[in-house]
Design a protein around this ligand. Sequence first.
Ligand code: ATP
Length: 426
Amino acid sequence: MNVLLVGSGGREHALAWKLSRSPLVEKLRVAPGNGGTALVAENVPIGDTDVQALADYVRDNAIDFVVAGPEAPLVAGLTDALAALGVPCFGPDAYCARLEGSKAFAKEVMAVSGVPTAAFRVFTDLEAARAHVAERSLPMVVKADGLAAGKGVVVAKTRQEALDALEEMMARRVFGQAGDTVVVEDCILGEEASFLAFCDGATCAPMPSCQDHKAAGEGDTGPNTGGMGAYSPAPVLPDTEWERMADLVIRPILRTLAERGHPFKGVLYAGLMMTPDGPSVLEYNVRFGDPECQPLLMRLESDLAQVMRDCVAGKLDPASLRWSPKTALCVVLAAKGYPGDYPKGMEIRGLEAADALPDSKVFVAGAALKDGALRATGGRVLGVSALGEGLASAQENAYRAVSAVGFENSYFRRDIGSKGIKRISQ
Ligand code: ATP
């Protein structure tokens, strides 16, 4: 197959690395890609939300199969545009992508599907939202409906914070249209975990659980980021729970969407809060998480291209998926200052040395090849992943690889996996 992968982060380097190993993939191109995808595929200079340009490229270059990495092209209708050309795309149509693109839509689908989630109300009127916030118990969570790069969620400990969030979103419109509708929901407590599944519209194949580290600082302190590290499996959600979790948070959604004439094909990602009363869904994503994708693909032993093709064809056989029993852990190396302002252009050294370590792999997130050298271009620059027999060994192997690779002004958390190790030892 001639395959086009869309996206440019660490997730896409991991997807490109895995797809390039498939005997089904004759030629792999990535739009727009990064310095890592350039090592295993051909980069094509088209932005990942330029649906028209992507569709034109697919038509003109006899692309047989498209894989969407991030959510933005899916929300923008890439799968629908390609379907009109008769080209299959791994990733849901725009209707289903609203599960991620609209928090109000996701809540409505969860409610009708009977999926456990925090109690909520949806508002388009500022005065009504203010009145609601005045009487709800604290803390409460205020969310902009649309995509806001992870910044549109405020966990308000005081009524004033909640009112300020409403003001920012609905009156000052700091997130534009994304904040014209807001969701106000109860705050729930627990440990977070991610549960993902390959879906073919009707059937799902659960993936091993994983856990992200969103906060910039060690001990889960500091501002939220796109994710500073991840590991799989997450001890808080053991493998024995897969089927129960799929019944609780994946299959009911697939049924609802199929009944509405939009079978969900792609990766459905449930962001969970493991509360004392059981799992509760915080959000759905309609694609792999980043960095979660990196440790998950380190563990996937099956042919990713085959799995994706089966999903789009509605022929997924969950029994055919093979996962390594090892644990995988990924540490993100960011540029100092991220998620605020950060320097760019630093040269990355030691990539080959780190890759050469047993069971280790460096995925490039924000770096480009310039004159033969790999230079930082983004906040999250590298994802350094390793496998190990158990979490402690995966952690040791990943940090060994981290010490082999680097760049000036780099920053990384030294405690990725420590929460899980603590849980195992309890
Ligand atoms: P992401 O950056 O993962 O895409 P998002 O903007 O889509 O995030 P959510 O995942 O809904 O938003 O929320 C972001 C974070 O806010 C969650 O990971 C969780 O830590 C916190 N959060 C969201 N909803 C709640 C809730 N009801 N109770 C407690 N914390 C919550």
